[in-house]
Design a binder for this molecule. Sequence first.
Ligand code: PMP
Length: 398
Amino acid sequence: MIVEGKMQYLFDEKGRRYLDAFAGIVTVSVGHCHPAVNEAVNKQNALLQHTTTIYLNNQIAEYAKELTDRMPGNLKVVYFVNSGSEANDMAIMLARLYTGNWDMLCLRNAYHGMSIGTMGTCGQHTWKQPMPQGFGYHHALNPDPYRGPYGDDGERYAADVADLISGATPGRVAGFIAETIQGVGGTVPLATGYLPAVYKMVREAGGVCIADEVQTGFGRTGGHYWGFQRQGVIPDIVTMAKGIGNGLPLAAVVTTPEIAASMASRLHFNTYGGNPVCSAAGRAVLRVVDKEHRQAHCAAVGEHLLRRLRGLQAKHDIIGDVRGAGLMLGLELVKNRATKEPAKAETAAVMESMKDMGVLMGKGGLHGNVFRIKPPMCFSHEDADFLVDVMDASLCKL
Ligand code: PMP
């Protein structure tokens, strides 16, 4: 039971401290109860909490400007909603309205939400209820450099998208949605060159390209502010959630004025989306990321952690793969490096043992054998060393 949080630390009901390497699945971006976010939220809370967005309020307008100032290209229109699922639902609706096409392309091993619409985009049986989940979703071969058949050759995987367009759709599509590093799927960075090839095919088939930045955004991957920049593409629609509000329920869809216009012929309404308190939190997150140089920090600490985890891989045969960027890392446990048989029970045992020693980790991937390391962005070099030492001790115990 967690009752208190302070930056990268969590405390249980007995006052025991844990180092948080999961951040509520990247939901706490800049740190639990970060003082600057708290201050902004408390100030707005005392002034005005909400009325619905039928009245103007400066927070939402200024926030929209500050957020789009950080976007490339013509991504200048924002819709605020309350969760990643809602954001992706809206992105898919925009894609369909704008293009007049219905079919959506997504990836096997993907996760984009639990609403009835986004469940259809998910590419893991564990996240699909046995019922109709939206129609017209087609799942392409996952460009997974570790487990996929073509290694890190993104263009070869992209050929499957061409196949899907010609073999499973009317030849015209509404769009394509993907994360650049799959989060829930087990920290899987898409193979090099995949997105440029796929974006081209999708646009040629009349579709738009959606980047899900729910986990990869706001500098977490270190090298770039947005995950899609890793592959040198500019999407037509970008969705954000989780870390955008440092734990408050806030999410966003950013798109171009042309695409946004396709929704303008009907009413659009969302009771809580962009409420002043959550907007104040979102603005504070942007300020903290800039002021405290969180992107560069993620790059430096992430590189150190990656190096140390690779050292651990050299020592323990059970570590099949170490991957990721910045403070979005993954470590895959396998029973045998040649067959890559997932070491599922061992992953659960190590996670439990690390918790007992005071480090909270995430696990995921289709087989539940991938550690997901995504701490609050204030995670330090010393924290990284502590995590690796605790993991080493836990692996030795196995
Ligand atoms: N997209 C991604 C990449 C996610 O990781 C998640 C949540 N795990 C979602 C969308 C859905 O977000 P929410 O749970 O806020 O609906």
